[in-house]
Design a protein around this ligand. Structure first.
Ligand code: HEC
Length: 283
């Protein structure tokens, strides 16, 4: 009797297992005869936009000027690089600084700058360095060194630049490699904001696209604002500094006063106090 019950129990279990294992749960896009398109997923209706998708001409996602959508190369560049004239640069090629928008699409507040700082530290500093000198952890371990965001005040330091053919071309430190490819020498301090937006969104050379790291498009502009703040911070004329900051620098630098925008310099403020206990939501 006991054996019979055990056998019955096992048989029930097996039956149960079989049903559970064979559920009608198709994977996305696998062949399936449920719908006329013979796929488990139905095609998206025409004109569907995904949630939060900006319109194509929304200034938040517009970084090219009309000229930038059909870029032209200079006669000198053509003569030197493409004498047959077969190359037609595609939209976004940095053939002129006027190809890119020069204004932010919204007013940057202190809160935007602070958010830009957070996102820069999370998405860019690992390569570009906390202050933008191109000395983050990743290039320290052997990855291609990004250009500095700052120029050498004496104009003497050189960047390895980009590689064309066999030899690396030298550029003054802090100059855009992208523009240099089209014969334009412009420091990254002066490239239009739209160009930096493009580099974040598409990547450039050895740098991959960072659109997934910054899926909220406004954050890309906030990061750019923070890059601008970093650039300003490294070349601000002494006369524009507050007396406290000047004193700080004259005394050999070090810690910035609490509440200073752009970093607390290691000083504990209410915003960066830690490590403290973290209050988690109850589950
Ligand atoms: C994985 C490392 C890495 C990360 C992360 C990264 N970059 Fe870069 N970036 C590079 C490298 C490397 C280059 C130089 C590419 C080359 O010369 O081929 C570069 C170049 C640039 C340039 C200059 C392009 C030019 O014309 O010279 C800008 C601007 C830039 N990055 C902005 C950013 C911003 C903003 C972020 C954060 C959203 C970011 N990068 C994140 C590695 C990185």
């Amino acid at each position: 009797m006991r054996i019979f019950i055990a056998a019955l129990f096992l048989a029930t279990l097996a039956g149960c297992q079989q049903k559970m294992a064979d559920q009608p749960a198709p994977r996305p896009y696998e062949p399936h005869d449920q719908f006329p398109n013979q796929q488990s997923a139905r095609p998206i209706e025409r004109g569907v936009v995904h949630r939060n998708q900006p319109a194509a001409d929304d200034p938040l996602v517009t970084w090219l000027t009309p000229q930038g959508k059909e870029p032209k190369v200079s006669a000198e560049w053509k003569a030197a690089v493409d004498p047959q004239g077969t190359t037609q640069p595609t939209a976004g090629a940095p053939t002129s600084v006027d190809n890119f928008v020069k204004e932010f699409p919204f007013e940057i507040t202190e809160a935007d700058l602070s958010r830009g700082q957070t996102m820069y530290n999370a998405a860019c500093a690992l390569c570009h360095g906390g202050a933008g000198y191109g000395n983050g952890k990743i290039p320290e371990r052997g990855f291609l060194k990004p250009p500095s965001y700052h120029t050498d005040p004496k104009g003497e330091a050189r960047d390895a630049g980009h590689f064309t053919g066999e030899a690396p071309k030298e550029l003054p430190v802090g100059y855009s490699r992208g523009f240099d490819r089209y014969g334009i020498k412009v420091p990254l301090k002066e490239v239009p904001v739209g160009y930096i937006y493009q580099v974040i969104t598409w990547g450039y050379g050895g740098m991959a696209s960072h659109d997934t790291q910054l899926p909220i498009v406004a954050d890309r502009w906030r990061v750019i604002a923070y890059v601008r703040a970093l650039q300003y911070s490294q070349s601000v004329p002494a006369a524009e500094l507050s007396a406290a900051s000047r004193q700080l620098i004259e005394s050999g630098g070090g810690r910035l006063p609490p509440g200073h925008v752009g970093g607390s310099g290691g000083v504990k403020t209410s915003a960066n106090e830690g490590p403290g206990p973290i209050k988690r939501a109850d589950h």
